[in-house]
Write a protein that binds this ligand. Structure first.
Ligand SMILES: *[C@@H]1O[C@H](CO)[C@@H](O)[C@H](O)[C@H]1NC(C)=O
Ligand SMILES: *[C@@H]1O[C@H](CO)[C@@H](O)[C@H](O)[C@H]1NC(C)=O
Ligand SMILES: *[C@@H]1O[C@H](CO)[C@@H](O)[C@H](O)[C@H]1NC(C)=O
Ligand SMILES: *[C@@H]1O[C@H](CO)[C@@H](O)[C@H](O)[C@H]1NC(C)=O
Ligand SMILES: *[C@@H]1O[C@H](CO)[C@@H](O)[C@H](O)[C@H]1NC(C)=O
Ligand SMILES: *[C@@H]1O[C@H](CO)[C@@H](O)[C@H](O)[C@H]1NC(C)=O
Length: 588
């Protein structure tokens, strides 16, 4: 699973390791020790009037060599012994003066690998291996039973409603373990209202599903079995296996004509490759080198699905349309929720930057998003954005923000950047209010059958490194959808690199506003092996975990899109508008 990373790391270590871990420390230590020896020697002969000068000098030099050798062999040991807060990153101090040293601190490849491994282990614990022999032994929505705990004729607004779910297999046998991928939602279509429900897995075949009755009216409850635990386990296993579910075609310029070639995140090929590497961040993309065409002539890229599957035939049957997203609470009538003359709860404080998210994180009412823990005020967009530079970095779900800004700030002028295609950079400027907004795609992989230019493609960590940042700079980052078809270490590695770049940015400019817009849900009846929401959910968990130690704002697009019930990779404009309103509340 770490093939790609390891592959790249091998190159990296050869280049840097000798210089960084061997020569500099060794020389410095030896110098320090030698100086120490000479000084000691002089002091000793002066104070003790020793006669055998030569043998003492030899003795001290041997001591110096021994110390150097020991320290060099195991630096941790000595620094620990001396209780000095010095560890490997300290060597960067010596590297600063070297011409080859990168400007930004380098996280060693091994450290990155360990960070990825730690996150993978956490995820593996969430998704235990559940092999199965026949579809009949997998979870069945039809056989499973949901019961409302403490049912009432009418409910009061603000109450909690609990549903107990007992899952069974297709033969009606109780399941002994959990792990099913479920989605709970309550809604009142007439009120344009909705919210997610919280699912607690007891890992014994029972689940508690809790709904908070946010509004009064007729409320329908829904509990979908998106994938049975066996399907989840199969998707997780399959995801680790191949980089080639989506394959890329690169287009190279060859004089006035073009040449096409296969490209991928990982290529197992004996032919000569073009390597597009970011060695600092261990990011890699490869193309088969077209004959007599230089690698630098790569201009365009497109992708298509390869006809491969890492699921067995048996497993694939779990992802047929009729088995995905099956309603468990089909026979339930809508419940009635009344106001019950309850005093309206005090309005919570205005939403601030970096607040924690709960499940559910809020509810939609009359098409407007209302967070649980804070309140959103309507904000005049143009006034709020006055003097701001907004960077929208990532995929097309954040490009939707760009389109929203262009359509709702009538004085925002699009600057023609002389590019074409759907992944072209976009730049909008309002000279009157001094507003600048730009959108830029993230680095490989970008999945799309339409050919797009890669002449200016750049990893987001590099883009963030180039941003100076200050209080009027706002960066909104969104990525995930294009990573779903690939092993998750690709996504985790990218998220870690972006995390580190944001961390560096916040060190030099602590008042820069950085907002992470989480991934949103998408079409349910899609190619599950490549694009299932399960893959997205895991990424959503990973990104929340990775960014929790930084002062960044999180827009929980996952929970918001469940509440809106928009199973669309590009949520409708009303959702985009409400997401943007969260950002406006963060910054104004
Ligand atoms: C270095 O010393 C530390 C502390 O005693 C030990 O844990 C570690 O295994 C040693 N490493 C090597 C390469 O000997
Ligand atoms: C499942 O676990 C929950 C919580 O630990 C417990 O209350 C419940 O009785 C268990 N159910 C079964 C069938 O074991
Ligand atoms: C590139 O162009 C040259 C002539 O302009 C042609 O001879 C060569 O075959 C082309 N290369 C490829 C790989 O098509
Ligand atoms: C690469 O391909 C060779 C032969 O085609 C195969 O033996 C090897 O296992 C492959 N390696 C990986 C990492 O897929
Ligand atoms: C994909 O491959 C399977 C077998 O490997 C084959 O049955 C199927 O026809 C292929 N589909 C397409 C579209 O080529
Ligand atoms: C890709 O797009 C570029 C410019 O938009 C065009 O020149 C090129 O022919 C296209 N390639 C294909 C294979 O459509």
């Amino acid at each position: 699973m770490f093939i790609r990373v390891t592959h790249l790391r091998a190159k990296r270590i050869r280049k840097d390791k000798l210089f960084k871990y061997f020569c500099i420390p060794f020389l410095v230590l030896f110098c320090v020790c030698a100086c120490f020896c000479v000084v000691s020697y002089r002091i000793l002969i002066m104070t003790m009037r020793m006669t055998n000068h030569k043998s003492l000098l030899v003795l001290l030099l041997i001591l110096a060599s021994w110390i150097t050798f020991t320290v060099f062999r195991n630096s941790t040991e000595l620094w620990t012994a001396l209780k000095l807060p010095i560890s490997l990153p300290h060597w960067n101090f010596f590297m600063k003066s070297c011409p080859e040293a990168p400007l930004n601190p380098v996280v060693s490849p091994r450290k990155t690998e360990l960070r990825i491994k730690k996150i993978m282990e956490k995820l593996d614990q969430l998704i235990p291996n559940r092999p199965f022999t026949h579809v009949t032994s997998t979870t069945s929505a039809k056989q499973s039973r949901a019961t409302i705990l403490n049912p009432q004729d009418t409910y009061c607004r603000g109450d909690q409603l609990d549903v107990l779910l007992e899952v069974k297999d297709h033969l009606g046998r109780r399941k002994q373990y959990g792990g099913d991928f479920l989605r709970a939602r309550m809604s009142s279509p007439a009120l344009k209202a909705g919210a997610s429900g919280k699912v607690t897995d007891f890992n014994n075949g029972t689940y508690l599903v809790s709904f908070t009755l946010f509004w009064a009216g007729k409320v329908s409850l829904s509990l979908l079995l998106i994938h049975p635990s066996e399907g989840v386990s199969a998707l997780w296993r399959a995801r680790k296996q191949g980089y080639d579910r989506v394959i890329f075609t690169g287009q190279f310029a060859n004089g006035t004509s073009q040449v096409n070639s296969d490209c991928a995140l990982f290529l197992n090929s004996s032919t000569e490759l073009c390597e597009y590497l970011d060695t600092r961040d261990q990011e890699a993309f490869y193309c088969v080198k077209p004959q007599h065409v230089p690698c630098a002539a790569l201009t365009h890229m497109r992708s298509k699905n390869k006809n491969v599957s890492y699921l067995s035939k048996q497993e694939r049957s779990l992802f047929e349309r009729s088995n995905v997203g099956v309603e468990i609470m089909e026979k339930f009538d809508a419940i009635t929720v009344s106001n019950c003359n309850k005093k309206t709860a005090p309005v919570p404080k205005k939403c601030k930057f970096g607040m924690t998210s709960t499940v559910p994180s809020g509810h939609v009412w009359k098409d407007t998003w209302n967070p649980v823990s804070c309140s959103l005020a309507p904000i005049e967009m143009k006034e709020c954005l006055k003097g701001k530079f907004v960077y929208l970095l990532g995929d097309s779900t954040i490009r939707q923000w760009m389109e929203y800004f262009k359509s709702s700030i009538n004085t925002l002028k699009s600057v023609d950047l002389h590019e074409t295609g759907k992944f072209q950079h976009q730049f909008g400027v309002d000279l009157d209010k001094n507003i600048k907004i730009q959108w830029q795609k993230h680095g490989y992989p970008l999945v799309g059958s339409l050919n797009f230019s890669v002449k200016e493609i750049e990893y987001l960590a590099r883009v963030i490194d180039r941003i100076g940042g200050e209080k009027n700079t706002i960066i909104v980052i969104s990525l995930g959808q294009h990573f779903r078809p690939f092993p998750i270490d690709v996504f985790i590695q990218r998220a870690l690199n972006i995390h580190d770049a944001v961390q560096r940015l916040l060190l030099r400019s602590p008042d820069t506003m950085v907002i992470i817009k989480a991934e949103n849900i998408r079409e349910m009846h899609n190619d599950a092996e490549r694009f299932s929401d399960f893959h997205g959910y895991i990424q959503y968990l990973a990104i929340k975990d990775i960014f929790q130690d930084l002062n960044v704002g999180i827009i929980d697009a996952w929970d918001i899109t469940i509440a809106y019930g928009t199973n669309d990779v590009h949520p409708p404009q009303s959702v985009v508008k409400n997401q943007i309103n969260i950002m406006l509340n963060f910054i104004c």
